[in-house]
Design a protein around this ligand. Structure first.
Ligand code: ARG
Length: 599
């Protein structure tokens, strides 16, 4: 089988690689075995400047392989490549040991536009045989019950969901998983706070119960802090510890309250997921793995990896500068990280996964370093296939928030701010549109504005949330992209009413510079989704889509689609417009965004 077949999404580069290999054979019949077509494919770069061509080939490696001067080899390769009359080659410019290759625009148009319009281009990566047999679990969202769902959780959901979509698009078997923190000291504190709460507002009446419970947790924390004397403090702590025991032993009054309040929180989380159109294939719960985590500690004490240290159980990780890995505290309770050992084991063994991705905020970087090293030492081969997709905070222009201090900024608050902006914008349609239409459009725009705002930034960077910017219809925002899409649909509808057909017959007529630029962006789409997937960076795709929209808007202003000089040209341009629309829609889908058809 031709080793290039997996790269069929880039036919120009495949063809160039084959021709270049043939050309090298003409220079030197005895090429060392390690040089193949694939090497040429991999060496062909995309120059940063358009003026440097569509592909550039540095010739050093090939010159070295046949023991010749790089500049000479470049010149000879150019000569032989030209003789081969490869249809993709428009012209070749020699720059020292580099070849700058310009592709033939007619060939690009003929090969690209039809595959976008008929959708086959969007299925090419799905059939990658290596990926098809790789099972990837993507764990994301993972909120704690009895706490509010804050903006950071929102960023997490958007990221994780897009990563799931990108991996699926790239042919992997994907399991999207959630891991709910429904156990632990914070819940005991919260329930203790509920008991001591003497306000008028009651849980049953609260519209957002997770938020209400989160506030009780905050109050509990301040009450604990305010406790002036040791006796009161000890008494409070004893009460909280009893609550914790009741929950963990699954009996007693607090266990009942836990079950009820936990469910309230899960219901609230599900409402958010539904609003965002995010689905999970599986839910894990901390309360489900805590028993197993005790068993694991026993198992690895027996195996000799975990040892006692000042009453605690664990092992020394100072060889990796990770300190002491604590699996069990001296009071016999396990920790958050111990549950992660049990969870990982279930993922590896029951779900049989090959790759495991954890989408979790950067404050847990150390946690995941320890976790993955522990899994390695425990002998799980999949440990090397674990990846922590770490991301920064979301802050308001006025500063940071932490849920303990009680000045947190909830995701619902962010949704409301965005909704407000969108509704102001949509007011102008108040007479034209039905109520349903308005609500549906507002919802799609709000989801798109939020997801795009969250995804457009590199995960490592902090996001400063500005509702006006996120909702703006100009600039690098979700609404700008969605608006670009909606505009194409209105043109296509108009064309249909007027009986104007798009056609692929004369697609090679697309020869304007703005058409060339737009096609280049569309051509790169699949490669960009590969990069976004393998680097865990939906931001790569988001920004590519933004530049593609700019290229489209330039095309739309510089040439006339509906009033093109000839009918053939109009049909061809309409096809390019449709190719752009379909690519944008697919790209938005991979970000989790559904644009309205009309705006
Ligand atoms: N629930 C945890 C928190 O809010 C995040 C869980 C992350 N996932 C994991 N496997 N540790 O901090």
């Amino acid at each position: 089988m031709n080793s290039l077949s997996q790269f069929s999404y880039d036919p120009a580069k495949c063809s160039l690689a084959l021709s270049l290999y043939k050309s090298l054979l003409k220079i030197e019949a005895q090429i060392p075995a390690e040089i193949s077509e694939l090497d040429f494919f991999k060496s062909l770069e995309q120059p940063p400047e358009k003026t440097l061509g569509d592909y550039a080939l540095p010739c050093f490696r090939f010159a070295k392989a046949i023991k010749k001067n790089p500049n000479d080899v470049a010149a000879l390769l150019k000569q032989h490549l030209e003789e081969l009359n490869n249809p993709w080659v428009e012209s070749i410019v020699l720059k020292g040991a580099f070849l700058n290759i310009f592709t033939n625009q007619k060939e690009v148009a003929k090969n690209l536009v039809p595959t976008l319009v008929n959708g086959s281009a969007f299925k090419l990566l799905k059939s990658n045989p290596e990926h098809n047999k790789t099972k990837v679990m993507i764990e994301f969202s993972q909120p704690n019950t009895h706490k509010e769902f804050h903006v950071g959780h929102g960023r997490n959901v958007c990221l994780g969901d897009s990563i799931c979509r990108l991996f699926t698009y790239n042919g992997y078997q994907v399991i999207g998983a959630n891991y709910i923190g429904d156990e632990g000291a914070h819940i005991a504190k919260c329930l203790w706070g509920v008991d001591h709460y003497k306000g008028d507002e009651k849980l049953e009446l609260a519209t957002n119960k997770a938020e209400w419970l989160g506030q009780r947790y905050v109050e509990a924390n301040s009450k604990l802090k305010e406790a002036s004397d040791e006796i009161t403090k000890n008494q409070y702590n004893k009460e909280i510890s009893d609550i914790l025991k009741s929950i963990e032993n699954k009996s007693g009054q607090y266990y009942e309250t836990w079950k009820k309040t936990r469910q309230y929180c899960l219901d609230d989380f599900n409402k958010i997921y539904k609003w965002l159109d995010v689905k999970f294939d599986h839910f894990f719960y901390e309360s489900e793995v805590s028993e197993d985590s005790q068993l694991i500690v026993e198992e690895y004490i027996k195996k000799g990896l975990f040892v006692e240290d000042n009453g605690a159980i664990g092992f020394d990780m100072s060889d990796k500068k990770l300190g002491f890995f604590m699996a069990r505290k001296s009071d016999g309770t396990t920790l958050y990280i111990t549950k992660d050992l049990a969870l990982a084991k279930v993922k590896f063994q029951d779900f049989d996964i090959d790759r495991s991705i954890y989408v979790v905020g950067s404050e847990q970087n150390f946690h995941f370093k320890q976790l993955f090293y522990a899994l390695e030492k425990m002998g799980f081969p999949q440990a090397s296939k674990c990846y922590h997709l770490s991301y920064g905070m979301v802050v308001r222009p006025d500063g940071k928030m932490s849920s303990r201090a009680g000045n947190s900024f909830t995701f619902i608050q962010l949704i409301n701010l965005v909704m407000e902006e969108i509704n102001t914008y949509l007011e102008k349609y108040s007479t034209e549109w039905s109520q349903d239409q308005k609500e549906d459009t507002a919802h799609k725009l709000a989801v798109g504005a939020i997801k795009y705002g969250m995804l457009q930034a590199d995960p490592n960077k902090e996001i400063v949330f500005d509702p006006k910017e996120w909702v703006s219809f100009e600039g690098n925002s979700g609404p700008y992209l969605m608006y670009s899409y909606a505009r194409t649909q209105s043109i296509l509808r108009k064309a249909e009413v007027e009986g104007i057909k798009s056609s692929l017959d004369k697609i090679e007529l697309l020869s304007h510079e703005s058409e060339r630029d737009l096609m280049r962006h569309l051509y790169d789409f699949n490669q960009i989704t590969i990069n976004a997937c393998e680097n865990y960076r939906p931001s790569t795709l988001a920004n590519h889509l933004f530049f593609t929209c700019k290229a489209y808007n330039r095309f739309y202003t510089e040439v006339s689609v509906m009033k093109a000089e000839t009918e053939d040209l109009r049909s061809a341009r309409l096809s390019l417009l449709k190719a752009f629309a379909d690519t944008l829609k697919m790209g938005l889908y991979l970000l989790g965004i559904t644009p309205p058809e009309k705006m």
